[in-house]
Write a protein that binds this ligand. Structure first.
Ligand code: GDP
Ligand code: GDP
Length: 433
């Protein structure tokens, strides 16, 4: 189950300003580390403990005048199909334009929840002017100022009521998805693994609308493949292919346990891939990186290591991720890829007994305690793993507020050195004892 909010609307109404506001708090330190310019049109956000993905649709529209109106209309249609909730943003300072009316017409036909959000309501005088937007016939209007943030809390309170509760399923088959840019070899890998052998392919009824779930049960391995590659829908506007595939990728990713991020060896890791990687990380999914088309690379005994280092550099700070060099064409290491993904899922559901955690970590913490702050000594007393679908650890101590990011990272490294969490994001919390 995924919870995706799509922000639609014509250019300049303030979509990206709202997008930034919603995703800002989560922009996280990771963004500053990668050193790569990232096109951020989608990101993770959170309101009253509910997590969701926000997509700023505008970012995908080309600049040419004629094209963009058609492109925007098509994006609205895709958003209606794929998102859980739609925010239709308009601008109080311009009133209703023709394009606003077009978009409203499309939205009126949709069964998805639509929120009419009147932006740039920076003062109470503008509040009164907002009432014209009731004429869309789309129900309640929400007045906000994306710039100052006023009104956004009330809006989100209503929006999150439409989210589905994400269930934490246990004891079900691992769900694996292959994501990556077009032409990296995703469908080829699925075909190579499941072939034409119908006996092992069971599309599960009722799941096909969002993505195809394939039950794999062969050579002693059993799991579900969530196939997005096979579902390439035609879009009329070329620019929307990326928008559509991003929507699909996000949904498949949120539905999976482990994400196999496939790259083309000749192209390497690009900013789009890094976006997907961080999205997987923020969603606490397992990750395996597959560098495909390794057959095309001229190599010596140092090539692989150098390539791996280069990728890890861009993944910082979460670099404890398996990277495999494969060739689907030559069937090189493709089963290894599956085995690795399943191992990552095992790491992700690993539970470490409290006694073992404390036996291993407390002596390390004693030897390297958190640095004293303002003359106060921080004492970590015990550690326990919190129940959840992905690894979470609570460190109980006297002054949790004084523990800084570098120490947290040190602790994470020690956890990774002592227990295998390869491919798995770890959450660490310091709590008051
Ligand atoms: P988009 O094209 O819909 O993504 O719009 P942008 O987010 O780029 O915003 C367009 C312009 O409107 C920018 O100059 C913003 O600074 C401005 N803007 C956005 N939100 C507000 C707001 O709440 N109040 C005012 N006065 N200006 C805003
Ligand atoms: P997708 O868009 O990610 O599903 O990519 P496809 O599976 O359709 O593959 C795109 C192209 O790459 C096709 O022409 C494949 O034959 C080719 N391809 C896939 N894997 C390999 C590989 O390991 N080596 C080489 N040389 N070509 C590959």
């Amino acid at each position: 189950m995924s919870n995706i909010i799509a922000i639609v609307g014509r250019p300049n109404v303030g979509k990206s300003t709202l997008f930034n506001r919603l995703t800002e708090s989560r922009k996280a330190i990771v963004d500053d580390f990668s050193g790569v310019t990232r096109d951020r049109h989608y990101g993770k956000a959170e309101w009253t403990d509910k997590e969701f993905t926000v997509i700023d649709t505008g970012g995908y529209v080309a600049n040419s005048e004629d094209l963009f109106e058609a492109a925007i209309r098509e994006q609205v249609v895709i958003a209606i199909e794929e998102a859980s909730v739609i925010i239709f943003m308009v601008d109080v300072t311009t009133g209703i334009t023709d394009l606003d009316d077009d978009i409203a017409n499309l939205l009126r036909k949709s069964k998805k929840p639509v929120f009419v959000v009147v932006n740039k309501v920076d003062n109470t005088a503008l509040e009164t002017e907002s009432s014209v937007f009731y004429s869309f016939g789309l129900g309640e209007i929400y007045t906000i100022s994306s710039m100052t943030g006023s009104g956004t809390g009330d809006l989100l309170d209503e929006v999150v009521k439409h989210f589905e509760d994400i269930q934490e399923e246990e004891n079900t088959l691992p769900k694996i998805t292959i994501v990556g840019r077009p032409n990296v070899g995703k469908s080829s890998l699925i075909n190579a693994l499941i072939g034409k052998d119908r006996n092992i392919v069971t599309p599960i009824a009722g799941t096909t609308r969002d993505s195809i779930h394939i039950h794999y049960n062969q050579y002693g391995h059993e799991f579900m493949f969530i196939d997005t590659a096979g579902l390439r829908k035609k879009t009329k506007v070329k620019e929307n292919i990326e928008f559509y595939s991003v929507m699909r990728t996000i949904k498949a990713l949120e539905d999976s346990d482990v994400v196999m991020l496939m790259l083309d060896a000749e192209e390497g890791l690009e900013s789009q891939d890094i976006n997907i990687f961080h999205l997987a990380e923020k969603n606490k999914k397992g990750v395996v990186i597959l560098v495909n088309k390794w057959d095309l690379i001229e190599k010596n005994d140092k090539t692989m290591k150098a390539f791996e280092e280069q990728i890890k550099q861009k993944l910082q700070p979460f670099t404890d991720v398996p990277i495999l060099f494969i060739s689907v064409l030559n069937k090189q290491r493709i089963f290894k890829a599956i085995e690795t993904a399943l191992e990552v899922q095992k790491n992700r559901s690993k539970k470490i007994p409290t006694s073992k955690l404390n036996d291993v970590l407390l002596p390390i913490i004693e030897a390297y305690p958190p640095p004293a702050t303002k003359g106060k000594y921080i004492k970590i007393k015990y550690i326990t793993q919190i129940n959840g679908v992905a690894p979470m650890f609570a460190f109980f101590c006297n002054l949790p507020q004084y523990i800084k990011e570098p120490y947290k990272r040190f602790i994470e490294n020690k956890l990774r050195e002592n227990f295998d969490f390869s491919g798995v994001p770890i959450q660490i919390y310091f709590r008051q004892k």
